[in-house]
Each structure stands twice: as C-alpha cells, then as structure tokens.
Design a protein around this ligand. Structure first.
Ligand code: SF4
Length: 298
C-alpha cells in the first residue's frame, strides 16, 4: 500500500511527488513522524471516556490554517520518526495504558503507513480506531480505511470558500470536506454506542465557530441538515477559538468568540435537530494545547 507514496495523490492537494525522494505540500516524506502519543482527556466525552483517548499527533498537514493550535507540528514540522514497528508499538503502548481507542490526529497524509500498522496488529489491538482529521480528505483515500477505522471525527471548518482560501489555503475545502463526510458516513453508518457510553462507530462532525463568521457557521449547519438525516451524524460545536499562530494577521479573527456569536450558532444547532456536543468557551486557552516532542521521549 505504501506504493501510493511514490506518486502521492492521497489528499486533495494531489502533489504527485515521490515521497521517498521529496516532500509535497504536507511537508512529509515516506517516514511516519509523530510529535506525541499519550492519553488525552479533551476529546468529546464519548471518545475520551474516563481513561482517555489514545491520541497520536502526526506531524505535517495538508492544510495551512493560520489559527492552528498545533502549528508547531502541522506547520513547523516538529516531531520524530517512527518505523512501522515503532508505530505498532505506539498503538499498543496506548492500549496498554488504558486508552479507550486509538485517536489518530491529522492522519490523512500518513494513511498508507497507518493502515499497514493496523493490518499488522489486526484483531490484537482490540479497541476502536478514530480518524480525527481536518476534513480535507479524498473519498478514494478514505476507502482505504474500510473495515479498519470505525469512528470518524472530521473538522468541517467553513462553508465559505473565500474564508477557506484565506485562512487555510484551500478554496476547495468546503466541497472536499462535504464529500469526505458523505464517504465517512457510507463507511461506518450511524453512531453506535456501547453500554459504557463510549462510541464504537460513527461520525462526529466538528465545527469550530470563528469570530465574525457566525453566518457561515449557521449556513454550514443548514447545509448539513439538508444533506444528512438527524440520526446520521453527531455534531460537535466548538466555541473555544483562540487566536494563535498567524491569526493576528487577520484582524477579523484576532479575538475570542463573543457570547452573542456563540449563542446564535448554538440556537442554529438546536434548530437543526442534530444531536451532539458543545465545547464551552471556558476552554478557550492556549493552556489546552498539549506538549509536543521533537525526539522520541517514551
Ligand atoms: S499527502 Fe502530502 S504529498 Fe500527498 S498529495 Fe497530500 S500534500 Fe501532497
């Protein structure tokens, strides 16, 4: 499967580079690089549970969000290399620490290597795998996850392609992300929960409300409600936006969310009829950004 990397078209950037010899837009070659693999309590309650998600943060990214909280690893390339054995070891270590699942953060550009690791472990992993991406995914690449990944946790950042171009360098983001979410739903179906309240399979769409963009948030929720039935997907509405990294270059998103903006979008979520989660504005702080590592530390 890693042959795909010889002419990489894994994500919508479709660079076509040989990642064994060079790097594409995501900044990553053929070797897997991660910056952290730890239990994580800050995902949605049905993912973090009581013991935490087994979160693996991958280096590099196919987007260039100017407000990225993880810019150290997504834009600046912090992280350390893992062999195929090393990636399996990281997954098993998290499982043995008590993780409820393996939570792959920003996995899109390392999908073939991740699939190979999961295939090696096969049934022995014994916990669900979560695909936690920025939403800039191709249906053809997502097809590779069939039968291997049971929970999708994609972002849906914008409906407005101008905002997508200006803030993430991807004018085609809205159409790509909607197509990806449809594919994710086709792969895993409606949400399924265990008796412990934890998610076993399904799709949770995350939307981070941006300051001065409440109308885009409302339009995005409306489109979701036109394209999906209420029980198909869950929505996780995030109001903890913090202007980090290069957000200050754009005055309109250089502040936290106002109560008015938050309440208006909340109302739209209620009207949409979707079930889901709301992350409070009180978690809008850089303190919630975990530590990342440039060398293997465990
Ligand atoms: S995964 Fe990286 S190299 Fe491959 S198409 Fe996307 S940005 Fe380009």
């Amino acid at each position: 499967m890693t042959d795909i990397l010889k002419h990489c078209t894994l994500c919508p950037r479709e660079c076509g580079v040989n990642r064994y010899e060079s790097r594409g837009f995501c900044g990553e070659g053929a070797a897997v690089r991660i910056a952290r693999a730890e239990l994580h309590m800050w995902e949605e309650p049905c993912i973090s549970g009581t013991r935490g998600a087994g979160t693996v943060f991958f280096s590099g990214c196919d987007l260039r969000c100017c407000f990225c909280q993880n810019y150290e690893i997504s834009h600046l390339g912090k992280g350390f290399e893992l062999t195929a054995d090393g990636l399996c070891e990281a997954f098993l270590r998290l499982r043995d620490m008590g993780a409820h699942n393996i939570d792959l953060v920003n996995p899109t550009h390392f999908l073939p290597q991740i699939i190979e690791a999961l295939d090696r472990l096969d049934e022995s992993l014994g916990i669900p795998v979560v695909y936690n991406s920025g939403g800039y995914d191709k249906p053809e690449s997502l097809e590779l996850t069939r039968g291997r990944i049971s929970i999708f946790l994609p972002d849906l950042k914008y409906l407005d392609s101008t905002a997508a171009a200006v803030y993430s360098g991807a004018a085609d983001y809205p159409e790509r992300a909607f197509a990806a979410i449809h594919k994710m739903f086709e792969l895993v179906g409606r949400p399924v929960f265990g008796e412990d309240g934890l998610m076993k399979s399904g799709v949770i769409v995350r939307h981070l409300i941006l300051p001065n963009h409440r109308k885009d948030s409302i339009a995005l929720l409306k489109r979701l409600s036109e394209e999906f039935d209420k029980g198909d997907i869950l929505i996780s509405l995030m109001s903890q936006y913090t202007p980090v990294y290069k957000a200050s270059e754009h005055p309109e998103i250089s502040r936290k969310l106002s109560t008015f903006e938050y309440k208006t979008v909340m109302q739209a979520l209620e009207q949409s009829g979707f079930d889901g989660y709301v992350q409070q504005a009180s978690s809008a702080s850089e303190e919630f950004i975990p530590a990342f590592y440039g060398e293997k530390y465990y």
